[in-house]
Structures are given as structure tokens and as C-alpha cells.
Design a protein around this ligand. Structure first.
Ligand code: NAI
Ligand code: MG
Length: 396
């Protein structure tokens, strides 16, 4: 019997192609696991009216560790139109299965590492002294609160009486928004709780301590968003003082951080942020180290953890006779899974194999060749999804 059972949720589109390759790489690295398939995504919304079927939830409850590819989401009217005819008009509502999964299993700690691979043609460069080309080595881990904040889903258009009345008790609301007819009012809340703010900040400090980094950057906007951003900054400052005297807290506003990205990204090693700012800043950093083909992530809760590339299902590329997308983001997400379950050495071996392939520069996915995606990229010298995985396996 295999040592572990992993729930593999390929999802839609290219999720299927990258999942298959990641599992091949794990097998080649000697990871002793059995994979059970978890249904998720658009197909199940259309057929069953539920993109996250109960049987998948049961598998996650039972096995606790999962790999996830990507899903397709579509706007409300399209979702309703594509629902199978016998389910139409029965009150089914589409919700993103990823957001549901994060909230259901309390996957509150999102980690998004952004690290430079030497020789990656997609690496960020800037002008150095005397006009020389300067290629900073980036090693940043972003800790994003994954379940609260602006993505918490507590929102209204035309808010009901009790909500509206409560808003009217706030002097700023009364002063600045009372003029607006209620049906024309949309409100999305940004809720932070001290419990979950503390958990994400703690995760960032623990990582900094483990890796020997001396600074944790809080990437929020406490001078304007005083209550929520202010809470995160305060929690971090107290934690540094009481528990991590050797680690300094740096307070950088999200807007300023996006500017610093192109100036000195190599000086940020540990960043912590709320849900939306964490989403933004992690995409920003990912862009410096190769973009979507390289961006991996972990969603970690008290019991369950799900590992996924940050890219989506790229439907345009889903039905190519030979898949062209870069599997590295998915493979590195699998490495994060290995780290999480105590197989860090195996993860490191796979990351070294990826680094060797990238540095050698002989096998390049279409994104690394800066081609726009089409089936022709193969004849232009791009490696297919499978060939890239083969190259990694060969280095292993
Ligand atoms: P996307 O990430 O699927 O694709 C955007 C573009 O990025 C692609 O056209 C392609 O050029 C490039 N790309 C993506 N993955 C790549 C890879 N592995 N290698 C090389 N290039 C890659 O985002 P898009 O087009 O905005 O959304 C497509 C669908 O995916 C939508 O239905 C969206 O809702 C969903 N989505 C799902 C996510 C998830 O499952 N976590 C995240 C983002 C979008
Ligand atoms: Mg994003």
C-alpha cells in the first residue's frame, strides 16, 4: 500500500494537463502515494448544479492533502445559461468552488513564493550603474490571508433596512453617501478578525525565523484603512516585540510596494497582507520571476491543505492536440505539498531539477520563448507540457 493518499483535483482546461505532468514528476522523484480523483469545476456545475460536489468534500475531509489544477468560472448569466436543462429554474446558484473550499476548510494561510530561477529568460531586469543590465535575484514569500477581507463575500447591492440603518449610524456614511438612492448603492465589506490576522502574521514570522530573514513587511494601507490594515500592522508590531525580538516589522503601503517592485524587489523576503492586497502583490512579484507558468501556491488550514498553481484553466489552450502550457507552476505547487508533509528533501531535489532545466535553457515552454500561445509554437521550438516534465524528470 502506498504511504500516502493525495486527493488530485485536476479541474477544468489546462488544469488536467498540468496535473498529469506534476504526478509524473512526483512518481519519478520516488514519492510513494496513491492519488484519488476529486471532481471539481465547470463540468460539475453544468451537470450537477454544484462545482464542488459533496463527494469531493468528503475526500478532502478524509485525506486532508490535495493538489488542485485550475477551474473555469464564468459570470452569473453564463453560468445559468450553461446549466443543464433539467436543472434550470430550480434555484441553483454558482459560487466559485475555490473560494468555497477555502472557507469551508478554513484554508486561511496562503503562501505564494516568488523566486528567481537563474537563466530564466522571463526574469525581471533593470538598468544598473553605467547603463549595465542588472538582474536582481528575488526570493520572496508572500503570506496572504485567504478567507477574510474584501473576498469574504459579505456584500450587498441595495442593502436591506437593517444594514442601511447601521451604515447610517456612521458619521462618514451619513456625510458622504446618504445622498445616494439605495438601489444604486453597492457595499462590499472588508472584515478582519484578530484571530485570523494573528494566524497569518504568525505564519510570516515563523517563516522568517526559520529562514533567518530579519524583516517582515506588512503590505497594507493603515494610514487610510485604519481599522483593518491598522489591526494587521498592530498585531505584527506586538508580535515582533513580544515573540520575535530579532525580526523587524516594516510597514509599506500596497501602492508604494507596487512601485518598489521595479526598484528593489530583492530586498523583500517576507511579506504579509490581507486577502486582496496579498493577491495583488503576489501577482506583482510573480511577474518578476516568470509569471503564470512559474507561480505556485499553498492554501493551508488547521487540518486540510490544498496546493495549486495561481494560473487559471486557460480555456483557449485546453483542447490543443498537444498541450503547450508550462507545467512548472503546478510542479512547484506539488513541491510545496511535499514541504508541508515533511518531504522537504524530495521537494528540494525537484526544485533543483527545475533549476537545472531552466539554467541549461535547452527546453523552453512557449512562455519562456516569449511566443504567443498557438499550436504552432511546437514547430517554433517550444517544448510541450509533457516535454518540459520529461526534461525535469531526466534531471532528477
Ligand atoms: P488564465 O490564468 O487561465 O490564463 C491567462 C493566460 O495566462 C493564458 O491565456 C496564458 O497565456 C497564460 N497562462 C496561464 N497558465 C499558463 C501556464 N501554465 N503556462 C503558460 N502560460 C500560461 O486566466 P484567464 O484567462 O483570466 O482565465 C481563464 C479561466 O480560468 C476563467 O474561467 C477564470 O475564471 C479561471 N481562473 C481560475 C483560477 C483558478 O482556478 N485558480 C485562477 C484564475 C482564473
Ligand atoms: Mg490572482
Amino acid at each position: 500500500m502506498a504511504k500516502r493518499t493525495i486527493v488530485a483535483m485536476p479541474g477544468d482546461g489546462i488544469g488536467k494537463a498540468v496535473m498529469a505532468e506534476a504526478i509524473r514528476v512526483l512518481d519519478a522523484a520516488g514519492f510513494d502515494a496513491e492519488y484519488v480523483n476529486g471532481d471539481i469545476g465547470w463540468e460539475f456545475w453544468c451537470k450537477e448544479g454544484n462545482p464542488l460536489p459533496d463527494r469531493t468534500i468528503e475526500l478532502l475531509k478524509k485525506h486532508k492533502i490535495a493538489l488542485f489544477g485550475a477551474i473555469t468560472s464564468k459570470p452569473k448569466d453564463k453560468a445559468t445559461a450553461e446549466l443543464s436543462p433539467e436543472l434550470q429554474g430550480k434555484g441553483y446558484q454558482y459560487y466559485s468552488p475555490i473560494v468555497s473550499m477555502r472557507q469551508m476548510f478554513d484554508l486561511d494561510i496562503c503562501q505564494r513564493p516568488c523566486r528567481t530561477f537563474k537563466g530564466n529568460p522571463l526574469n525581471f531586469i533593470r538598468r544598473g550603474k553605467g547603463g549595465a543590465i542588472d538582474e536582481p535575484v528575488i526570493d520572496t514569500m508572500i503570506f496572504r490571508q485567504n478567507t477574510e477581507g474584501l473576498y469574504g463575500g459579505v456584500e450587498w447591492t441595495n442593502p436591506p433596512d437593517n444594514v442601511y440603518d447601521a451604515l447610517m449610524t456612521h458619521p462618514k456614511f451619513k456625510e458622504n453617501f446618504a445622498w445616494c438612492p439605495r438601489p444604486e448603492l453597492a457595499v462590499s465589506t472588508r472584515i478582519f478578525t484578530r484571530k485570523y490576522t494573528t494566524r497569518i502574521v504568525k505564519a510570516a514570522f515563523e517563516y522568517a525565523k526559520e529562514k533567518g530573514f530579519k524583516t517582515v513587511t506588512v503590505c497594507e494601507k493603515p494610514n487610510v484603512i485604519r481599522e483593518t490594515s491598522g489591526m494587521m500592522l498592530k498585531v505584527a508590531q506586538e508580535m515582533a516585540k513580544n515573540e520575535y525580538p530579532d525580526i523587524r516589522v516594516q510597514d509599506v503601503n500596497i501602492d508604494a510596494q507596487m512601485m518598489w517592485l521595479t526598484k528593489n524587489p530583492e530586498t523583500y523576503n517576507v511579506i504579509v497582507a490581507g486577502n486582496m492586497f496579498g493577491d495583488i502583490v503576489s501577482d506583482g512579484f510573480a511577474g518578476l520571476v516568470g509569471g503564470l507558468g512559474f507561480a505556485c501556491s499553498a492554501n493551508i488550514g488547521p487540518e486540510v491543505a490544498v496546493f495549486e498553481p495561481t494560473h487559471g484553466s486557460a480555456p483557449k489552450y485546453a483542447d490543443y492536440p498537444v498541450s503547450i502550457v508550462n507545467p512548472i507552476a503546478m510542479v512547484m505547487s506539488a513541491c510545496m505539498m511535499l514541504d508541508h508533509i515533511g518531504e522537504g528533501q524530495m521537494a528540494e531535489r525537484i526544485r533543483k531539477a527545475i533549476a537545472a532545466v531552466v539554467e541549461e535553457g535547452k527546453v523552453l515552454a512557449y512562455d519562456m520563448l516569449k511566443l504567443s500561445g498557438s499550436p504552432d509554437v511546437i514547430s517554433q521550438g517550444a517544448a510541450s507540457t509533457r516535454q518540459m516534465a520529461d526534461a525535469i524528470i531526466e534531471k532528477l
